[in-house]
Write a protein that binds this ligand. Structure first.
Ligand code: FAD
Ligand code: FMN
Length: 583
């Protein structure tokens, strides 16, 4: 990338963390193509401004959008960027060129910040968009039934409202980088074809520091790995501390990406189930070759069973039952079938004679990094990153199934050994800028992790805002994670209120949402005073249950309908005052 271009990009990246700037720069370096930049603008040529919008929960879509925006600006296009959360929908009818990048959450729902925009666009008040040209990039995960649903919905709706596609919708699975880069490059060409760039970009040089991401992680030594659930607990939760080999920049709310390795025993089981040996040669993804056993250990997902993998097995085995599950009517059976199974289970159930090593790996998804909320503040401990890791282990048909990354970290990484990591910045889960703003934090299980970082940071910086923490877990005696630290904060007056809910201590099952409902008036008062609300932890049940409780609280305290209460919460999400980090 040219010096001028790098400078122009950097000038657009103010306000981002060093890691984010590095990520965007790295991404753009990957885009490479300088051809369009060379097209010297006729300064007189006027052309519409390009609006780049993002809907993002954990930052992937936002980073892609920022890179796209920076590249547009570097190529001389008039472009602006906005989150769907802060975007004024009244502008929509005036847009001429719109590029939108969004992920999908829940069960095919928009990310929190995009909920209000999504509701507006799908509703009757959405304007006709005959003058609009648009392109949508949808991020998702093929493991979900409603893959890329939000991007698909928005793309279809923009067309239904009269908009014309500037470029077809792109769809990215978990390993989104290459597909996103490809879409970005094509969209940039399509934008260029709309007319000449309007203005030369302002130039300023800022150093971006080293790039650490999932493709170029930093090594970090695992220096603490302590079980923090009691001996009698049904859960194994670890407090871990990692010492990165190079300084990593992170803020409360960020997560750490861990690039894991598969369990060698599981690799061995898979080789046996497929009657392959291990030394067979397969492509290494960098133009070379590697052993099958090595590739299975480091490069491919052999735990979670994807739809694409089952489609391959159905084709190889000609198993009617599998084929039926893959039909649209079989969605329910498919969901039940994949739950808890791993690739070894499937290959044992459907043995394939003469399976080639390259066909096996061709059917598998790349091994995805796992994210863990950072449980410490860099201000308190700049040299270590603390995590709270729930170790995934469960029995299925007499065989122990173990989570890839959590058991790798907990059991197979030796004390002091290094693991590849990177900071996954999460601008959608941030402390309020004003230290006087009260914050209410709701976390169940390992969901308390980011709140440890929040409290550490706010205590250390002397933030004057009040703090209220609601935690939940199974049993008081065994599962009250970081109990001493919370009580210490209570004693010191950092934490003004602490509520805890334990679901398995006998009697009626009590969860965090029950604690919120019981304190309905106070919860609403905190919000009405301008407080920020954070929810972290389980996405399948806890987050929807907490959300339903909040609707009830708002409806009760404002004496309004549930629909109005839901709309109020959507507005809070769009304003960034109700933020969720759920998984
Ligand atoms: C933004 C974000 C932050 C996160 N923060 C944290 C954190 O702070 N702490 C933390 O522990 N995790 C956190 N996670 C989750 C974490 O990334 C991993 O998903 C988790 O550790 C499991 O990964 P694994 O590789 O060990 O398990 P995997 O090999 O990925 O296996 C997990 C899968 O096993 C299956 N499974 C699990 N239990 C059962 C069961 N009992 N019965 C049947 N099937 C089952 C499910 O399909 C599940 O998806 C976070 C995730 C995100 C997206
Ligand atoms: C709790 C949870 C629910 C998700 N639900 C879906 C889904 O229903 N459909 C889908 O395609 N992807 C789903 N995803 C995958 C995300 O869309 C994907 O990880 C994306 O890269 C996240 O981008 P973001 O960081 O911009 O939010 C889900 C991810 C999580 C953690």
């Amino acid at each position: 990338m040219s010096r001028e271009k790098a400078g122009a990009l950097s000038s657009l990246l103010d306000g981002l963390s060093r890691e984010q700037v590095a990520w965007v720069s790295g991404y753009l370096a990957g885009l490479g193509a300088d051809g369009l930049a060379a097209s010297q603008a006729d300064p007189a040529a006027s052309r519409p401004e390009v609006a780049v919008l993002h809907g993002s929960q954990t930052g992937n879509a936002e980073r892609i959008a920022r890179a796209l925006h920076a590249e547009l600006a570097a190529r001389g296009f008039a472009a602006r960027i906005d989150s769907l959360g802060s975007y004024q929908t009244s502008r929509l009818k005036r847009e001429r060129l719109l590029l939108l990048v969004t992920s999908t959450y829940g069960e095919g729902e928009p990310p929190d910040s995009a909920q209000a925009f999504h509701a507006f666009l799908m509703g009757e008040r959405a304007p006709r968009l005959e003058h609009l040209k648009f392109a949508v990039l949808a991020l998702g995960d093929r493991a979900y039934e409603r893959f890329c649903q939000t991007g698909r919905d928005i793309d279809a709706r923009l067309e239904a409202l009269g908009g014309a596609r500037l470029h077809p919708r792109g769809e990215c699975d978990l390993d989104y980088e290459e597909a996103a880069r490809d879409w970005t490059e094509r969209v940039l060409k399509a934008v260029a074809a709309e007319g000449a760039p309007a203005a030369a970009p302002a130039l300023r040089l800022v150093s971006s520091g080293p790039v650490y991401d999932r493709e170029r992680p930093c090594m970090a030594a695992l220096v603490v790995n302590t079980r923090i659930t009691g001996r009698g607990s049904s859960k194994d939760v670890r407090h871990m501390e990692l010492a990165p080999a190079a300084p990593l920049v992170f803020a409360p709310g960020d997560a750490l990406g861990v690039v894991p390795r598969n369990d060698p025993e599981l690799v061995e089981m898979l080789l046996q189930a497929t009657r392959l040996q291990g030394p067979e040669k397969v492509a290494d993804g960098r133009g070379g070759e590697t052993d099958l056993a090595q590739a299975l250990a480091c490069r491919y997902e052999i735990r979670g069973v994807s739809r694409a993998f089952l489609a391959c097995v159905a084709e190889w085995s000609e198993a009617g039952a599998l084929k039926a599950m893959l039909e649209p009517e079989g969605a329910k059976e498919l969901k039940a079938y994949v739950a808890g199974r791993d690739v070894v289970d499937v290959m044992r159930e459907f043995p394939i004679a003469g399976l080639a090593a390259c066909d096996l790996v061709g059917a598998l998804r790349p091994l995805a990094p796992r994210l863990y909320s950072i449980a410490s503040s860099a201000k308190a401990d700049p040299d270590h990153i603390h995590l709270t890791v729930g170790v995934v282990r469960y029995e299925r048909q007499g065989r122990l199934h173990q989570g890839v990354a959590s058991t790798w970290l907990a059991e197979r990484v030796a004390a002091g050994a290094e693991v590849p990591v990177y900071v996954h910045a999460n601008e959608r889960f941030r402390l309020p800028e004003d230290p006087a703003t009260p914050i209410l934090m709701v976390g169940a299980g390992t969901g308390v992790a980011p709140f440890r970082a929040f409290l550490e940071e706010r205590a250390l910086t002397g933030a004057t805002g009040r703090h209220w923490l609601v935690v939940g877990d199974r049993r008081f005696r065994e599962d009250f994670l970081y109990q001493r630290e919370w009580l210490d904060y209570r004693r010191k007056g950092v934490l003004q209120r602490l509520d805890a809910a334990f679901s398995r201590d006998g009697g009626a099952r009590t969860y965090v949402q029950h604690r919120l409902l019981a304190a309905s008036r106070e919860v609403y008062a905190w919000l009405a005073e301008g407080g920020h609300l954070y929810v972290c932890g389980d996405a399948a049940t806890m987050a929807p249950d907490v959300h339903a409780a909040l609707i009830e609280i708002v409806a009760r305290e404002r004496s309004c309908s549930r629909e109005e209460a839901a709309g109020h919460l959507r507005d809070l999400m769009a304003e960034g005052r109700y933020q969720r980090d759920i998984y």
